[in-house]
Design a protein around this ligand. Sequence first.
Ligand SMILES: NC(=O)c1ccc[n+]([C@@H]2O[C@H](COP(=O)([O-])OP(=O)(O)OC[C@H]3O[C@@H](n4cnc5c(N)ncnc54)[C@H](OP(=O)(O)O)[C@@H]3O)[C@@H](O)[C@H]2O)c1
Length: 282
Amino acid sequence: MSETILVVGGTGMLGEPVARRLQADGYRVRVLTRTPAKARARFGPGFDVVAGDVEDLPSLAAALRGCDGVHVNLAGGPDPDLEHRGTANVAQAAARAGVGRITYLSGASVFEENCWYPGTRAKFQAEAAIRQSGVPYSIFNATWFMESLPKLVRGNRAFVFGRQPHPIHWVAADDYARMVSRAYATPEAANKRFFIYGPEAYTMREALTRYCAIVHPNVTVTSMPLWLAWIIARLGGRAELKVVLPFFRYCEQVREGGDPSEANTLLGAPTTTLEEWSRRYV
Ligand SMILES: NC(=O)c1ccc[n+]([C@@H]2O[C@H](COP(=O)([O-])OP(=O)(O)OC[C@H]3O[C@@H](n4cnc5c(N)ncnc54)[C@H](OP(=O)(O)O)[C@@H]3O)[C@@H](O)[C@H]2O)c1
């Protein structure tokens, strides 16, 4: 009988490709969500959708019953520590349920020295909670996903907030999802942190310009200084900007870290270029 993997946050932008890839690779996939009706409509009958909340321990225990693995894809939005609390709850429940592997999407800049930023601190503490649980783990320290680029387009403008001078190895979610699935079938992938980088490095402005040239040829890429974006956020009541601007300030200062070679050797390197990925949307 095939193994069952619970995907916490399987409805997320980066959780859904993992859920679908695991299912395509022959795993039985259970998706945990706070809104099961919506998820059932999206995933269809090939997936087992269960109601649950990472802050509700009984719901986690029930969802993990009979599971061989659990993948965690969490975003706390305005409450960054949710990712830490929720992942710790999942890891403890997974240990009690005798789950054989936990996989978790962290970030490529998650190091102790960057924990001054709350989102990074939550991920750093989530990783620690996973290690402390004793459940064999594979942690994915992924860089920026190409899937983030469409979110920077608004009307006929695409915005880069701040200077964003650092090159980024943009990765496609499908490549990452394949690597997560491969980790479940690879015993040597246990108890490792994997740095996930795509094949090419571009600054944020370069990547956005390339993406827009193919998918949104009428869109103008605009760099906006952070101070001006803050004024617009305050005067225009743009609540979503107030959440993302601190992240852009963080990205101005912090680079990708780690070495992707072990991930590439064990799990197969990402191959999708930004141009190939963008052409899927034309
Ligand atoms: N974008 C990038 O380039 C990038 C790079 C590296 C790492 N990451 C990280 O990847 C992670 C996931 O990103 P994403 O874009 O997939 O986020 P997303 O689309 O916002 O999805 C977040 C998921 O979290 C689940 N969730 C939130 N609160 C929950 C709760 N209390 N109980 C159960 N589930 C809960 C949601 O499930 P329901 O709403 O269905 O309950 C949803 O599926 C984030 O931590 C992000 O920082 C992103």
